[in-house]
Every structure is written in structure tokens, then in C-alpha cells.
Design a binder for this molecule. Structure first.
Ligand code: GDP
Length: 284
């Protein structure tokens, strides 16, 4: 992949003009002004005035990006006791939420965890159907309810059942209709209340699924979902296309939320652990 940073460099002496260009390129790549300025400062501190090849420069930028990403790279650990670990999955419709739930379930099952899914997005009939198909494909039990039903009732039943049969992880789909923030907020609050009654620690994770192709919009989604649902971690999907996920650097800088995994395709095996060094090299 040709670097936006490298291709915008005319001069290879690391002077103010070059640093300005690097900073601009980083901002254009969705890293945000704060991370871009931080990287610029670091480069200046370490190499100002030196003559540097494009390749060295790309590596230096990647190192600085990785330094920002490394602290937020955290695998999703299944440690809840008592079981199940309740994982709420949130995100706007189309972000890849349903697919990510299936991939995550599959991933955990490959590690020998018992997984159950719960179809908490009762607002979209298609969402329930879609999740059922995925559950069948990965061989996980699923708790569903009628379209338009109460998601918190499904979650209640799911936790009870998961507890009975000793499920390790219960992954809960939720509605992603940000158009009606109030309703979504109430719905998620109700789910939390029900969960809290069954297990004060639940939900153990609230994972926000972000679509890499939405660029900077990811930041406003984090902001809104933090308020609506209390996000504990991020998964970014669609990093297999042209989007390179520069916004993850802005997110790491601004929010410091753990990044657990990335989606790199539409099949079950297309969820990867978040590797900060690899992603940094792609962004740079
Ligand atoms: P939801 O509305 O948020 O539940 O989104 P879906 O899970 O239905 O996904 C929306 C579309 O994005 C579907 O066509 C998925 O196959 C696709 N998708 C999800 N994750 C990825 C990914 O990591 N890469 C690519 N290329 N497509 C993805």
C-alpha cells in the first residue's frame, strides 16, 4: 500500500515544511489534529534536520502511530465469574454488528468456550432472522423473541438459560437505531437494569462496532454510544477494503478505549486480534 505520508513528501530533509506536510497527511488520514501534532512533535524531537529516506520516514511515522495504539490493544478475555460473561454489542445499523457477533462467537468457540447468542435487536425483523442463520452456522444456541418484543425480556431469559447450562459467553445483539436516541437509551438502560438484577457485574463488556469506511464519523459514534450505552471496548470492521483505520489512532488518543479486534471480511474467520504494529504500518 502506498503511503499517503510518503507520497506527499517532496523534500527528505526533516524540516518544518516537511513536518507540516506529514502533519497534514496524517490529519487527512483521519488521525485527528491531536495525534497528528503529537506524531509531528515526536518526529521533530528525534530527527529534526536530518536527511531521511521515504522508507525511513514511513517507518518512523509507523513507530509513532504504534506507540499510540499499543496501550489500547487488548484482547477480549473471558474471565467472568460466575459465568456467563455478558457481552453487549452495540453500533449503528450496517456497521457489521451482526456479522461481528457471529465472528466473535465462532472465535470464542474455537477457543473451546461455550457461547450463546441473544437477538436483542427486536426492532428489525431481518436482524433476528440474520442472527438465527449465523447461530446455526457457528453451532451456538440462540435466544430470540418476537419482532417488536422487549429486548430486556430476551436478555433475561438468555442469562437465566446460559447460567443453567454453564455458557461461558453470552453475546447480545442490540438495536442500532441512533435516529431515536431517547428510545435506544431507554432500551439499553432497561437491558442493563435486568442484567444488573441477575448479576451486578453484567454487562461485563459493551463492545461498540465501528465501520472503517465511515472515517471520522466513528468519533461521533463513540461519543454518542458512550453517553447512551457506556462503551467498554471497540471493534472496527471493514478494514479489508480501502479504509485503513486512521480514525483508530484518533480514537485511541481521544478516548483510550480498548480495541479488541478488527474485521477484515465477511466470513466467520475474518475477525483478527488487533495488532497495533501491523495496523500502524498500514496507516503510515
Ligand atoms: P449490522 O446492520 O450492523 O448488523 O451489519 P451486518 O453485520 O449485517 O453487516 C453489514 C454488511 O457489512 C454486510 O454485508 C456484511 O457482510 C458486511 N461486513 C461486516 N463486517 C465486514 C468486514 O469486516 N469486511 C467487509 N468487507 N464487510 C463486512
Amino acid at each position: 500500500m502506498v503511503s499517503k505520508v510518503a507520497t506527499t513528501i517532496r523534500s527528505t530533509r526533516l524540516d518544518d515544511t516537511t513536518l507540516d506536510e506529514i502533519e497534514d497527511a496524517l490529519i487527512i488520514s483521519d488521525l485527528g489534529p491531536s495525534a497528528a501534532a503529537r506524531i509531528r512533535d515526536k518526529l521533530a524531537e528525534k530527527r529534526f534536520g536530518s536527511v531521511i529516506t521515504e522508507r525511513e520516514l514511513k517507518e518512523a511515522v509507523a513507530d509513532e502511530i504504534a506507540a499510540i495504539l499499543r496501550p489500547v490493544a487488548k484482547p477480549l478475555d473471558i474471565t467472568a465469574f460466575p459465568r456467563p460473561q455478558v457481552i453487549l454489542v452495540i453500533g449503528v445499523n450496517g456497521s457489521g454488528k451482526t456479522t461481528t457477533i457471529a465472528k466473535l462467537g465462532h472465535w470464542l468457540m474455537e477457543d473451546d468456550y461455550e457461547v450463546m447468542l441473544a437477538a436483542g435487536d427486536t426492532f428489525r425483523a431481518a436482524a433476528i432472522g440474520q442472527l438465527k442463520i449465523w447461530a446455526e452456522r457457528i453451532g451456538a444456541p440462540i435466544m430470540t423473541g418476537p419482532e417488536g418484543g422487549d429486548p430486556s425480556a430476551i436478555v433475561f431469559d438468555a442469562v437465566k438459560r446460559a447460567t443453567e447450562i454453564g455458557t461461558d459467553a453470552l453475546i447480545v445483539d442490540t438495536a442500532g437505531r441512533l435516529q431515536n436516541k431517547r428510545e435506544l437509551m431507554d432500551e439499553l438502560a432497561k437491558i442493563r437494569k435486568v442484567l444488573g438484577r441477575l448479576n451486578p457485574e453484567a454487562p461485563h463488556d459493551v463492545l461498540l462496532v465501528l465501520d472503517a469506511t465511515n472515517g471520522q464519523n466513528a468519533l461521533s459514534q463513540i461519543e454518542i454510544f458512550k453517553e447512551v450505552a457506556g462503551v467498554t471496548g471497540l471493534i472496527m470492521t471493514k478494514l479489508d477494503g480501502t479504509a485503513r483505520g486512521g480514525v483508530l489512532v484518533a480514537a485511541a488518543e481521544q478516548y483510550g478505549l480498548p480495541i479488541h479486534a478488527i474485521g477484515v471480511g465477511e466470513t466467520l474467520d475474518d475477525l483478527r486480534p488487533f495488532d497495533p504494529d501491523l495496523v500502524a504500518r498500514v496507516i503510515a
